[in-house]
Design a protein around this ligand. Structure first.
Ligand code: DOR
Ligand code: ZN
Length: 382
C-alpha cells in the first residue's frame, strides 16, 4: 500500500446545470473520489453556460447540495461579459476564466479576436485564464499573454507543434502553462476503431464513433512528442467529459471522454512500466495545479493505493453516469483502495462513504481571502 496526497483535477465537466442525464455534481464527484481525485475545477459549458453572477449561483447551488469532493467552478468568456472591472467580487468566486477559442461541445466559442483582447485586458491579472486553443489559435493566445504580460494556462495540448511552441515560449519567459489529458497520452488516432461506436459503421469515412473528442486523438508522432517533452507539461487533467452511450453511438456523437476514474490506474501502470515516476505524477496532479490555480491545501487528506493490484478497467464498476470508458478492458496495475478527505473516510473498497454536499467550494467567500493572500505571496516569490 502507498499513501499519496489527494489529487487535483483542474479540468472536468460536471454537466450541471442542464445536462444531468450525462452527469451531475453527485455522480461526477463520486467518480472523482473513486479515482483518487479530491478536488475538481469544473468547466462552464453547461446549459445554460456559466458566465455571470446568476449562472454561477446556479452551478454553485447544485454543487453545494450534491458535491462529495472539493471543487471550484470556472466562468466562461462570452461576448457580453467583458466588463470584469465592474464586477470585482465575481472573478474571485470562480476557479478562473475559461476561453473557448475553437469549436467544441457547447456554445461558448469566441470568434472575435477583439473579444479575446478585452477578456485578456479586463480579467484580473492575478486570477487564472484557461484557453481551449488548438494549434494556431494557441499560438495567437500565447502572443496575447506576452503582449498583455499575464499568465495563461493552455488546456489539453495534444500536438507536437503545440508542446514545442510552449517549450519555446517558456524559454523566453512568457507566462504560459499547460495540461495534457490521459487520453492524449495513452491513445492515438489508431485506437479509434478499437474504441468503437455505431457511427463508425453508419458512416465509415471520417467517422470517429465513440472516439470523437476535442482535441481529436492525435498521430503517434504527436503522442511521442508529448512523452518526450514531459518537462514542458505542468498538469495532468482529465477533461472528464461524460456523454451517454446512446449519444456516443448516435449518428453524430458529441465529443468527449469520461476520465476521472481511469486516470490514476493508467498513470500508476505507466510508473510500473518505468515511463513515469511518482514525482512526475505528484508535481502534475498536486503541486503544480495548486500553484497555477492558487488552490488551498486540503488538511488531513490523502489517498491509499494498492500498487500491486492487477485488473481490467470496466465501466460497469465505475461511478460516472455516462456508462462507458474509452479504456474498457485495459489491463492496469494499481488501484485506489481508500480516500480520506478532510479527516473523513470518503471512499473505501469501491464504495463512496461521504454524503452529497460534503464537498466544499474552495473559492467560497471565507476562502477568498486566503486565495488573495496566496496570490499575493506568489507574486512576491516571482
Ligand atoms: O471533447 C471534448 N468534450 N472537448 C471539449 O473541449 C469539451 C468537452 C465536453 O464538454 O464535452
Ligand atoms: Zn473540457
Amino acid at each position: 500500500m502507498i499513501k499519496l496526497p489527494g489529487l487535483i483535477d483542474p479540468h472536468v465537466h460536471m454537466r450541471e446545470p442542464g445536462q444531468t442525464h450525462k452527469e451531475d455534481w453527485d455522480s461526477g464527484t463520486s467518480a472523482a473520489l473513486a479515482g483518487g481525485v479530491t478536488m475538481v475545477l469544473a468547466m462552464p459549458n453547461t446549459k445554460p453556460p456559466i458566465f455571470d453572477a446568476s449562472t454561477l449561483d446556479l452551478a454553485l447551488g447544485a454543487a453545494k447540495e450534491k458535491a462529495r469532493c472539493d471543487y471550484a467552478q470556472f466562468l466562461g468568456a462570452g461576448p457580453d461579459n467583458i466588463d470584469w472591472g465592474r464586477h470585482k467580487a465575481l472573478p474571485l468566486q470562480a476557479a478562473g476564466l475559461k476561453m473557448y477559442l475553437d469549436q467544441t461541445f457547447g456554445e461558448l466559442r469566441l470568434d472575435s479576436m477583439t473579444l479575446w483582447q478585452s477578456h485578456f485586458q479586463n480579467w484580473p491579472k492575478n486570477l487564472p485564464i484557461v484557453a481551449h486553443s488548438e494549434s494556431r489559435s494557441m499560438a495567437a493566445v500565447i502572443l496575447m499573454a506576452a503582449i498583455y504580460d499575464r499568465p495563461v494556462h493552455i488546456a489539453h495540448i495534444s500536438l507536437k507543434e503545440e508542446v514545442l511552441l510552449i517549450k519555446a515560449a517558456k524559454e523566453r519567459g512568457i507566462k504560459v502553462t499547460c495540461e495534457v489529458t490521459p487520453h492524449h497520452l495513452f491513445l492515438t488516432e489508431e485506437d479509434i476503431s478499437a474504441i468503437g461506436g455505431a457511427s463508425l459503421r453508419l458512416a465509415p469515412t471520417g467517422a470517429t464513433g465513440r472516439g470523437e473528442v476535442r482535441p481529436r486523438l492525435a498521430a503517434k508522432e504527436d503522442v511521442e512528442a508529448l512523452w518526450q517533452n514531459l518537462d514542458v507539461i505542468d498538469c495532468f487533467a482529465t477533461d472528464h467529459a461524460p456523454h451517454t452511450l446512446a449519444e456516443k453511438d448516435s449518428e453524430t456523437p458529441p465529443p468527449g471522454f469520461p476520465g476521472v476514474e481511469t486516470l490514476l490506474p493508467l498513470l500508476l501502470t505507466a510508473i510500473h512500466e518505468g515511463r513515469l515516476t511518482i514525482n512526475d505524477v505528484l508535481s502534475r496532479m498536486v503541486t503544480n495545479p495548486r500553484r497555477i490555480f492558487s488552490l488551498p491545501e486540503q488538511p488531513e487528506t490523502w489517498i491509499e493505493v494498492d500498487e500491486k493490484a492487477e485488473y481490467e478497467l470496466r465501466a460497469a464498476n465505475m461511478h460516472s453516469r455516462c456508462g462507458w470508458t474509452p479504456f474498457e478492458g485495459w489491463q492496469v496495475k494499481g488501484r485506489v483502495t481508500r480516500v480520506v478527505l478532510r479527516g473523513r473516510e470518503a471512499f473505501k473498497d469501491g464504495k463512496i462513504l461521504v454524503e452529497a454536499g460534503y464537498g466544499r467550494n474552495v473559492r467560497a467567500q471565507k476562502n477568498v481571502e486566503s486565495t488573495e493572500v496566496s496570490f499575493r505571496a506568489l507574486r512576491m516569490i516571482k
